[in-house]
Structure formats: structure tokens, C-alpha cells
Design a protein around this ligand. Structure first.
Ligand code: HEM
Ligand code: HEM
Length: 192
């Protein structure tokens, strides 16, 4: 088949591991709020540490393999988004995808950083809780940031699934799910 593999297997592995962990984290965080009671904290913090590891792996892939250029705003992105000429044929992502990526990255990084700090609030087999590392006020800020970012993530998750299942994005879904090849010219231009 012509074209290149759009996402190499380590990047697909990252995407799907991160997605499953995100769903586990959302479910463990919000099911108890909806009245489903279970011992959610251990599943939550262990998934949180695994999510942190996947994000570090992603950053390694970007630093060592991809570089950052494909995800940066480019000349013509805005014009294309306003209905002008399509983005350059060799561009991997359009403006919407770039905005989505950076918004979700910011939200995820807030969750990871605040989540790691919050580990000091819980007892685990590996360490004892030590809330004295922060004042009550600072703990309030950390918990509020973690909770607000979690709510934002629900919105982004719904948006992402909606776009992933649009008929005109079927090829992008197949590329992420199955490692399909895509000729550059069909990525952002009209679908054949
Ligand atoms: C998709 C990402 C995540 C979501 C949606 C999420 C959501 C939440 C929510 C809604 C809470 C309840 C906060 C409260 O009680 O006010 C919470 C608590 C917590 N989260 Fe997360 N979180 C995520 C990622 C993480 C990560 C990456 C870690 C750790 C590395 C983590 C560790 C914790 C801890 C330790 C608690 C506190 C449990 C307690 O106070 O009993 N979370 N999370
Ligand atoms: C400052 C932090 C980050 C940087 C610099 C960064 C950078 C990038 C870049 C440059 C790409 C495009 C790779 C390519 O050429 O295909 C990419 C793809 C992607 N990023 Fe990030 N990213 C960051 C954080 C995150 C976070 C926190 C998540 C989610 C937890 C995430 C999820 C993804 C996904 C799912 C892809 C598409 C899969 C792929 O083809 O690699 N990124 N990122």
C-alpha cells in the first residue's frame, strides 16, 4: 500500500495505554461521586503512576524521535481552518488537532503534577501519609486544580470521541487503531 505508517507502533501503544488509564482514572474518580461506592483510591493512584510513566515515555519519543515541529502552529493553518486552501500536503496535523493536543496536554500535565503531590496525602504500602509538606491553603489549591482539570478532561474526552467517529475521520481512526498507512496527500485534503 502506498504512503507511510502514520503512527509507529510505540506511539500507538502510548495512545491506547494512555487512553485506557485515563478512562480508569475518570471512572475511579467520578463513579463514587455518582453513588457507586468502592475502594477507589488504590486503583486511582496506581493508575496515576502508570499514566505518569506513559507521559514520560511520550516525551522521550518526542525528544528522541519525532521533534516538535509537526505539532506547532504553521503558516496557513488559520487560513485552512477558515475554509481557505487546505493545509500543506505534508502537514501531519491540522489546526484543530494541534489545539486539541495542546489543550489536553496542559490538562493532563496539571493532573499528573497535582496528582503526584497528592500522593503525600494517602497511606500506601510504600510510604506513610505526610500532609505537613503543604499548608491547608496550598492543599486546597492542589485539590481544586486536580478536580477542575478532571472535569475539563471529561469535556475533552467527549469531544475527542465525537471527532474520532465522524465518517470523514474514519481513516485517521484506522491509522491509530490498526497502524494503517496513509499517503500524505489524503491526510488533510479531500477524502477519496
Ligand atoms: C485522567 C487523569 C486523572 C483524573 C481524571 C483524576 C481525577 C481525580 C479526582 C476527581 C479526585 C478527587 C479529588 C477530591 O477528592 O477532591 C482525585 C483524587 C486523587 N488523585 Fe487523581 N485524577 C487523575 C490523575 C491522577 C494522577 C496522574 C495521580 C497520581 C500520580 C492521581 C492521584 C490522586 C490522588 C492521590 C488523589 C487523592 C485521593 C484522596 O485524597 O483520598 N490522580 N483524582
Ligand atoms: C509538553 C508535553 C508534550 C509535548 C512536547 C508533546 C508533543 C507531541 C508531538 C510533537 C506530537 C506529534 C508526534 C508526531 O510527529 O506524530 C505528539 C503526539 C501526540 N501526543 Fe503529545 N506532547 C506532550 C504531551 C502530551 C500528553 C500529556 C498527552 C496525553 C496524555 C499527549 C498525547 C499525544 C498523542 C495521543 C499523540 C498522537 C500519537 C502520536 O502520533 O505520537 N501528549 N505530541
Amino acid at each position: 500500500m502506498p504512503g507511510e505508517i502514520r503512527h509507529a507502533w510505540p506511539d500507538r501503544l502510548f495512545h491506547w495505554t494512555m487512553a485506557v488509564l485515563t478512562l480508569v482514572l475518570l471512572a475511579t474518580a467520578f463513579l463514587p461521586v455518582l453513588g457507586v461506592q468502592f475502594d477507589w483510591v488504590p486503583i486511582h493512584w496506581i493508575s496515576g503512576i502508570l499514566l505518569t510513566a506513559t507521559v514520560i515515555f511520550h516525551l522521550y519519543r518526542i525528544l528522541a524521535v519525532h521533534g516538535i515541529a509537526s505539532m506547532m502552529p504553521a503558516r496557513g493553518d488559520l487560513r485552512a481552518a477558515m475554509g481557505g486552501e487546505p493545509v500543506a500536503e505534508d502537514a501531519k496535523y491540522d489546526l484543530g488537532q494541534k489545539l486539541y493536543h495542546w489543550s489536553v496536554s496542559a490538562v493532563m500535565l496539571v493532573l499528573v503534577v497535582t496528582g503526584l503531590v497528592m500522593l503525600a496525602k494517602i497511606d500506601t504500602p510504600l510510604w506513610r501519609r505526610d500532609p505537613s509538606i503543604l499548608s491547608d491553603w496550598d492543599w486546597g489549591v492542589v485539590y481544586a486544580l486536580h478536580g477542575a482539570a478532571a472535569l475539563l478532561l471529561i469535556f475533552f474526552f467527549i469531544l475527542h470521541v465525537y471527532f474520532a467517529f465522524l465518517p470523514e475521520h474514519r481513516r485517521l481512526l484506522a491509522a491509530m487503531a490498526l497502524g494503517r498507512r496513509m499517503p500524505p496527500a489524503t491526510r488533510n485534503g479531500p477524502q477519496p
